[in-house]
Design a protein around this ligand. Structure first.
Ligand code: GRF
Length: 215
């Protein structure tokens, strides 16, 4: 690659296994990105430890310290913008972001969600998939828009729901796929192969009517 790596900021709230997958691929020179900072709203997020181990700058913007969502969003935006990111990656970030934040990063703000969107937006996706009798489940990487978990989907991976699955076994199967497709989608974005135009996804200049499936 001759072009410079894409500047990235990662936002987390918890254990950070998706962050770790991104860190590992970056360290292995498989991702043309430069992770400039990791920001957590949760001071105790295990992912902060992972970022420190990778010698990355970390920041805590604790939502509990702010009187309103708008104040939290604007503090988060300020810290994020200091790093001039081309891409802002939500990796298990558990706060709902406001319209202004989302508009500011439109087309460069992505999330991973543990279901085949538009199925099961929101929380407890694995339990809900099991309860519904679904025979397949999975994960989706999507652009963030102001309707939660409804932004245009870039990439999905499908897993089977197997007889005897529990929330834990199903979650593990999905998470393994998350760690595979999130870095891949990030690579496509960093290389400029995936773009968002008027709410539609383009890969290599071609409009994608359906989410791309990576298995
Ligand atoms: C993942 O299942 C992701 O899809 C969801 O939150 C979880 C984060 O896990 N948005 P981790 O913190 O990356 O381990």
């Amino acid at each position: 690659m001759t072009s410079s790596p894409a500047a990235v900021v990662v936002l987390i709230s918890g254990r950070g296994t998706n962050l770790q997958a991104i860190l590992d691929q970056t360290a292995a020179h498989q991702l043309p990105i430069e992770i400039r900072a990791v920001i957590s709203n949760n001071p105790n997020a295990l992912g902060l430890e992972r970022a420190r181990n990778a010698r990355l700058p970390t920041h805590i913007v604790d939502h509990r310290a702010f009187a309103s969502r708008a104040d939290f969003d604007s503090a988060l935006m300020q810290v994020t913008d200091n790093y001039r990111p081309q891409l802002v990656i939500l990796a298990g970030f558990m706060r709902i972001l406001g319209k202004e934040f989302i508009r500011h990063y439109q087309g460069r703000l992505i999330n991973i969600h543990p279901s085949l969107l538009p199925e099961f937006p929101g929380l407890n996706t694995h339990a809900r998939a099991l309860r519904s009798g679904a025979v397949r489940h999975g994960a989706s990487v999507h652009f963030v828009t102001d309707v939660v978990d409804r932004g245009p989907v870039i990439l999905q991976a499908v897993v089977p729901v197997k007889p005897g699955d529990t929330v834990q076994t199903l979650a593990e199967r999905v998470l393994k796929e998350e760690h595979r497709i999130y870095p891949l989608a990030i690579r496509w974005l960093a290389e400029g192969r995936v773009k968002l135009h008027d709410g539609r996804i383009f890969l290599d200049g071609k409009y994608q009517a359906e989410p791309i499936r990576e298995n």
